[in-house]
Design a binder for this molecule. Sequence first.
Ligand SMILES: Nc1ncnc2c1ncn2[C@@H]1O[C@H](COP(=O)(O)OP(=O)(O)OP(=O)(O)O)[C@@H](O)[C@H]1O
Ligand SMILES: [Mg+2]
Length: 259
Amino acid sequence: MLEINGLTVAYGEHLALRNFSLSMQEGEIVALVGESGSGKTTAIRSVLGLLPLGGAVTEGTISFEGQQLQGLLPREWKSLRGKKLSMIFQDSGAMLNPIRTIGSQFCEYIRTHSSLSKKEAGALSQEMLERMGLSDPESILGAYPFQLSGGQRQRVGIAMAMTFQPKLLLADEPTSALDVTTQAQIVRQMLELRDTYGTAILLVTHNLAVAAYMANRILVMRNGSTVEQGDRESLLRSQEPYTRQLLQAVPDLGGKRYV
Ligand SMILES: Nc1ncnc2c1ncn2[C@@H]1O[C@H](COP(=O)(O)OP(=O)(O)OP(=O)(O)O)[C@@H](O)[C@H]1O
Ligand SMILES: [Mg+2]
């Protein structure tokens, strides 16, 4: 479904990603882990064609469902982003407009990507919030972003991203800004979405425990290069020094590691 081959991304002279390759199947969850600055965000932004100003793919190819993504026209992107490809961010609250209600933003989002009427869009946004386990969707739709907790805003973000049942969800540190209890709920909900819709998830996290819990496959990155990749079991037993270092950074609880 997603095929990245030999991708190199530069910000000016600086190579943020080197010879990055990844192929993903439908419904698969792959986690990118690695220290700050290792190129995780750069990798997923490249897939969406949304590198920050100054960033450019200098080598390699990305194809999604057999379609080359480089060189797509704006209208071709429009039919992909938000529909077949969606993204959730570390703090979805920051993506929301602070002076407009959740409901009006959610409806607008739905209507830019579909031909639904206002009323249908309203009903769909409510349904999506319910699916994300938000107990009082109506009052959430009427609220402003600052009136919600971080966990609620994050669920709104995920609900929006899942509206059109994307084939691929790109999630950049989706649980990092949350407390551990809320983190666990969001992680379970993402897994449920995968099971319900068959959505593949490319997950960026610095939390190896979250990666090990969710992902079928884990890629360890450092300085823009892939150090190693493998399934959870093989990575947990890895002898690769950097991977071992990451594993040792996972906090101990009563002598037993979380992972
Ligand atoms: N807009 C930018 N302009 C210039 N350099 C950038 C830009 N964004 C990222 N970089 C550089 O690219 C490299 C990779 O950054 P990236 O944001 O992909 O890392 P990351 O793995 O997501 O880190 P973090 O865990 O901190 O989010 C870093 O060296 C960073 O300094
Ligand atoms: Mg990042």
